[in-house]
Design a protein around this ligand. Structure first.
Ligand code: CUA
Length: 155
């Protein structure tokens, strides 16, 4: 097979770009510790609101500067719909859906979870500034998807 010089150059360029992308991914994973959101914990969607940690969703202080928030997602809302956490707290969000796939995005932060029924999605963020944040469902989940939001107040 004969490959012309120009074709060979383009093959090297394509292969080079691929190698750069893979290197960036690897650096991100190894040096920055980036990993996909945890989906290791499972939960029966039909019991999300009736038993276990999501039956009484809310904010729990689990250390002097850290708290845990249990959020139940459902068509079309979040429980609690108004989350309040102290400023400077390292906050771990645990989110579970009782029906379909939802999103859990805290606008202007790096918290952006896909909430898949059967799994507990988790993300941690430290809030260093007081203010109000908007939490949106960013996965289309039905006719009321656009009404699915909550608010987060850092006080
Ligand atoms: Cu829930 Cu869109």
């Amino acid at each position: 097979m004969v490959i012309s010089r120009l074709e060979r150059i383009w093959l090297y360029i394509g292969g080079g770009i691929l190698a750069v992308f893979l290197a960036v991914l690897l650096l991100d994973a190894v040096v920055e510790g980036a990993s996909p959101p945890s989906s290791m914990q499972t939960i029966d969607p039909s019991t999300v609101l009736s038993s276990g940690q999501f039956a009484k969703p809310g904010v729990f202080q689990n250390g002097p500067h850290s708290s845990m928030v249990h959020v139940a997602a459902f068509t079309f809302g979040f429980l609690p719909s108004d989350i309040r956490v102290p400023v400077g707290n390292k906050v771990t969000f645990m989110v579970a859906s009782r029906d379909v796939v939802h999103g859990f995005e805290i606008v202007n932060t790096d918290v952006n979870l896909m909430v898949i029924p059967g799994y507990i999605s988790q993300a941690t963020h430290t809030f260093n500034h007081k203010g109000k944040y908007l939490i949106l469902c960013n996965e289309y989940c039905g006719a009321g998807h656009h009404t699915m939001y909550a608010s987060l107040t850092v006080y």
